[in-house]
Design a protein around this ligand. Sequence first.
Ligand code: NAP
Ligand code: ZN
Length: 348
Amino acid sequence: MRTVNAYAAPSATEPLVKTTITRRDLGPKDVEIDIAYAGICHSDIHTVRGEWGEIQYPQVVGHEIVGHVSAVGSDVTKHRVGDRVGVGCMVNSCGECEQCVAGQEQYCLKGNIQTYAGVDPADGSITQGGYSEAVVVNEDFVLRVPESLDIEKVAPLLCAGITLYSPLHHWGAGPGKKVAVVGLGGLGHMGVKIAAALGAEVTVLSQTTAKEQDSLRFGAVAHHATKDPETFERLRGSFDLIINTVSAKIPLASYLGLLKVDGALVNVGAPSEPLEVPVFSLIGARRTFAGSNIGGIAETQEMLDFCAEHGILPETELISADRINEAYERVLSSDVRYRFVIDTATLA
Ligand code: NAP
Ligand code: ZN
């Protein structure tokens, strides 16, 4: 067992504090990773604040992890000491169900094992995430991070990147398709960059026009304010695909009206409150309302390689660990440009 420095939530209502946690001894298929950088996802905040249900405290979160392999178990074949690697939202799954066999471990029929706040099949402990100096993960859930991607910026691809790449792919974003991304935060800005690289015509639907120049810089052709009711008149029936990344409840009826006939609105945002689906907005134009959860391991590798090929990186603000609580407040007030990344060297 190895003891490492980390930042943990002591309860749902207190700020995160510096602490230590232990990482298990290497099993034969395990890889030990010295973490260099960890992104802050809005899911980390939903989780530690108990918005998605009760968890056990103290809890270390963080599921956008990059670093270098520091040790490998006796049967590891996919990674070597010194390799630059990443870990996203999952650290294991049953490996046997039809979803796992199809490479869709995120939809494992027995439930995938989350990087944090999950039950680790290796020892029954609660998994602890990436706001820490090291982690031990089964080699099948460790991704290769291409050398051309700046290691200081790449971590958010492991959640934000794949969460947008997967539905964009699944719903056929590409040349000739009009795609709207709702919410220009961590997920949303990756969606704009990836959808544009796939060849789609991308529009951003943000609360205000404050981030318009950024949207255009990321590859969007247009940016509209959702606070302006005219936006929903002007853009009625415009899009083949809308991806909603908003972390709060939004009035779906207005957004469904922006879809073409046969269009799909895919929700990746995960507010604790239910969204209301007005069925007539679907029926009237054979529209689809759907959801999507991260992506499988093979697809995550494909996304990393795609981003390397197209030079796609998140926009990040690097922070020391003692600024995590301040970063949380800024994420909550939509004041993130566009992902906070923790320099884990500052945990020492
Ligand atoms: P984020 O960086 O906070 O971005 C969310 C964006 O939504 C904000 O930047 C803001 O964009 C917009 N927004 C926030 N509050 C709003 C409100 N009340 N009304 C309208 N728009 C609002 O969060 P994130 O890390 O991208 O995560 C977004 C959501 O996706 C979270 O709920 C997270 O848990 C979830 N998530 C899901 C998956 C999955 O697999 N499905 C994976 C990761 C995260 P504007 O300023 O542009 O309006
Ligand atoms: Zn996430």
